[in-house]
Design a protein around this ligand. Structure first.
Ligand SMILES: [Zn+2]
Ligand SMILES: [Zn+2]
Length: 400
């Protein structure tokens, strides 16, 4: 916006060249009002985006909550499957140990059998007489002979038993191994799913902080826009006060002004008062009278005159706190300024409604609007200022 004004300014300088010095280019009331509208539009746009962000934030927060639930569930599933996997590993360890023991037993038994078979073989290759001669008696011989044979037979049987047992263990080991592989596969799948969920959550959180940053930036812009709005309003006020010097056909010749409302209570006089920062209201240096009265109380023109400024558009017609105040109309909310000529201007602020336009002529006592609490106002009242040659003066010296 500012750029556009500079461009217009430059074009004018280029066209009118040396005739018009740069300093003489000042924004007209029309331009200032356009600037005002543009700024208000920018504020509205920023506030709309802020509302949108609010929605997006709560939506994203909801999604994160859902992801948290899903992650918790996935973690529980992983814990269950890990326990299952550990159990299978234990089982496998046990089976491996059993198999090793069986193998050991088998080896021992095989060894023992071999020895006995060797003894038998040896005996087979020699005559029974040798065995007989090697024995102390016949009984001894028979017993030795059968004993060896029986034991060999028993060893062989045992060996076959062990082998069978070994095979059984090996089979179950294979089964458990296969099962373990399936469970491990499932576990790694669950872990991948968990990582994917966590990544999603991280991205959502990142988006959330981006939204927070955008909201902060928007708020900063809004504050800047409001500052610009205030400056524009001040410029407009200066312009209006300057215009008040030429009477617009009216000439104030002294005499008391008409009280603009009836049924009022003066809640704040002209001059110093405690500011909002020190527990009071509004500005510390009060530039008018605050006339507290009921909502929608009629407001009457204090004197004949012409409307030189009329600001409407504040919809915040309710009592506010320092925290909830609005800056509409530079704090006056909806307000109207009437020039009575001879440099005298009256201002009516915080109006609920104004039924006038710039350029309208008004007569003393004519209804011009209704009392409200628009702008920076803590309760329903009319703010009434008297301006003489561009300076705020004490209304007490003018009112009848
Ligand atoms: Zn407002
Ligand atoms: Zn006031």
């Amino acid at each position: 916006m500012k750029k556009k004004f500079i461009m217009i300014g430059l074009v004018i300088i280029l066209i009118v060249g040396t005739v018009l010095p740069f300093t003489s280019y000042a924004a007209t009331e029309q331009e200032l009002n356009q600037q005002r509208k543009d700024i208000e539009e920018d504020i509205k746009e920023a506030q709309e985006r802020q509302e949108q962000i609010k929605g997006e934030v709560s939506e994203t927060q909801e999604e994160i909550n859902k992801l948290n639930d899903e992650i918790s569930q996935k973690e529980a599933e992983i814990a269950t499957i890990t326990a299952e996997l550990n159990q299978l590993t234990d089982e496998l360890d046990k089976l491996t140990k059993q198999l090793n023991e069986a193998q050991e037993k088998y080896d021992e038994q095989f060894d023992s059998l071999c020895k006995r078979l060797a003894a038998q073989n040896k005996r087979g290759s020699v005559s029974y007489l040798d065995v007989l001669l090697g024995s102390n008696s016949l009984t001894d011989f028979i017993s030795n002979y059968y004993m060896i044979e029986k034991i060999a037979e028993y060893d062989a049987e045992l060996l076959s038993d062990i082998e069978e047992n070994k095979n059984t263990i090996e089979t179950s080991k294979k089964e458990v191994d296969a099962k373990k592989e399936v469970v491990a596969q499932k576990q790694s799948e669950l872990k991948i799913e968990e990582i994917s969920l966590t990544t999603k959550k991280t991205n959502k959180n990142k988006y959330l902080s981006q939204l927070g940053q955008e909201d902060q930036d928007l708020q900063k812009s809004i504050d800047e826009y409001n500052q610009k709005l205030k400056e524009t309003d001040e410029e407009l006020s200066r312009l209006a006060r300057a215009q008040g010097n030429n009477g617009g056909g009216f000439v104030y010749t002294g005499g008391k002004l008409n009280w603009p409302v009836s049924g009022y209570r003066i809640s704040s006089y002209f001059g110093y008062r405690g500011s909002a920062a020190t527990g009071g209201v509004g500005t510390a240096n009060h530039n008018g009278y605050d006339l507290a009265c009921a909502h929608y109380t009629p407001i009457y023109a204090a004197e004949d005159g012409v409307v030189i400024k009329c600001i409407t558009g504040c919809t915040h017609d309710y009592p506010k706190t320092y925290a909830t105040r609005c800056y509409c109309g530079g704090g006056y909310g909806n307000y109207v300024m009437i020039s009575h000529g001879n440099g005298l201007v009256t201002l009516y602020g915080h109006c609920s409604s104004i039924n006038l336009n710039v350029g309208d002529t008004v007569t003393r006592g004519q209804k011009i609007g209704e009392v409200g609490s628009c702008g920076w106002s803590t309760g329903y009242h009319l703010h009434f200022s008297v301006i003489l040659n561009g300076t705020y003066v004490n209304p007490g010296n003018y009112l009848g």
